[in-house]
Design a protein. Sequence first.
Length: 110
Amino acid sequence: MDAFLHSATELLILIFLIIVFMQSGIDKVFNWKENLSWLKEHFSGTPLENLVPLLLGTLLLIETASGILCSIGVYQIIIMGESSIALYGSILLLHLFTNAYVWPTYGQRL
């Protein structure tokens, strides 16, 4: 209980990230065709047009992996009092944000 109180902010942020990115990954799995068709239409006429399936699959893997790492990180913080796995999950999410949200925005501007 002491580890929970000591790291309450970190745990709440991790729980938020788990919910957001695991839900997004699960949504991509169950609605793959709809997501793919919408993104293909959205990026038509841009340099990213032919890369949409590959990028969507990469996005799915990174979101799911980071959600799993954050889940393991919550367990690690509560049980062991360490946060290394949670840090790896957060770094993966930073990578996801940079590559999945910044670059497509750049691609839309071309």
